[in-house]
Design a binder for this molecule. Structure first.
Ligand SMILES: [Zn+2]
Length: 273
């Protein structure tokens, strides 16, 4: 079974979308010298709240995705006539460690996004202050109307900040990270469970209509479970998975350095490390 977006995943993405909108609203004040000074103080609680929501998600909801993947692996093995013997299904230290590594990596990625916003808010405030000073010097110098300069600044200043700002992409960034991490948690839950039960090879499942070269090429390939980079997700929105494979493995892929893997595909696989 492929990974699916859960209501908890969707809630996290929505929290980032709403935060991005609230931050955008606060940043409109950047061209107003009286309001500019308090922008950081008004944005900080929005970011702190986002950090708390993210930490809660990584603690609780990511574990739920991991356990779903693990449970689906148990159910799959139970249905396979090739698999014999008792199925190990307890949540051992090994599983906890695998999940912890994922949560740590995800925390770092979300942290990069939030730190990026903090840095950018500072940059916008400082640029606006410099432009304000410049505009005032020009107005005094050219005996032009101060009001007119202020008008130009307010019309153009904000528009120019906006176009090259990464803050406006916080929601897209968070959505991409969430999609990747939920698929990663789900599939790692399954991979850990399969490996623990002696499964060594899996067949990659991806849609025939996958939009990217990597998923398209990996589709149907038999890969060794011991190389995590050969397992999906290969990219954020495809939600591919894999199934245990008990057939001939002489042609299976065991390493991302296998010369049969095209260069453009290897590039994406290598990025997963
Ligand atoms: Zn894809």
């Amino acid at each position: 079974m492929p990974p699916r977006i859960s209501p908890a995943d969707r809630r996290l993405i929505t929290a980032y979308t709403e935060a991005a909108l609230r931050i955008e609203r606060q940043l409109r004040d950047v061209s107003d010298p009286k309001r500019r000074d308090s922008i950081k103080a008004r944005i900080e609680p929005i970011l702190s709240e986002l950090e708390a929501i993210t930490a809660q998600y990584l603690r609780k909801d990511l574990a739920a995705q991991f356990k779903r993947g693990s449970q689906e692996a148990v159910d799959t093995l139970r249905k396979m006539k090739e698999f014999r013997g008792d199925i190990k299904e307890s949540f051992t230290q090994l599983h906890k460690e695998a999940l912890q590594v994922l949560a740590d990596g995800a925390a770092k990625s979300f942290g990069v996004g939030i730190r990026g916003v903090r840095g950018e808010v500072e940059r916008m405030i400082s640029t606006a202050t410099k432009q304000q000073i410049q505009a005032e010097i020009l107005a005094a110098d050219a005996s032009g109307s101060k009001a007119a300069v202020k008008d130009i600044f307010e019309k153009q200043g904000f528009a120019s900040f906006r176009s090259d700002s990464r803050t406006w992409n916080l929601d897209h960034y968070a959505s991409m990270i969430t999609h990747t991490i939920l698929a990663e948690a789900h599939n790692t839950g399954a991979a850990t469970r399969y490996a623990e039960n002696g499964v060594e090879f899996v067949r990659i499942i991806e849609r025939e209509t996958a939009p990217d070269a990597c998923c398209k090429w990996m589709r149907g390939k038999i890969v060794w479970l011991g190389e995590r980079r050969l397992l999906n997700p290969f990219h954020p929105n495809c939600f591919g998975s894999f199934a245990p494979y008990f057939g001939d493995t002489s042609q299976a892929f065991r390493s991302i350095d296998d010369p049969r893997i095209p260069k453009e595909v290897r590039k994406f696989l290598a990025r997963k490390s």
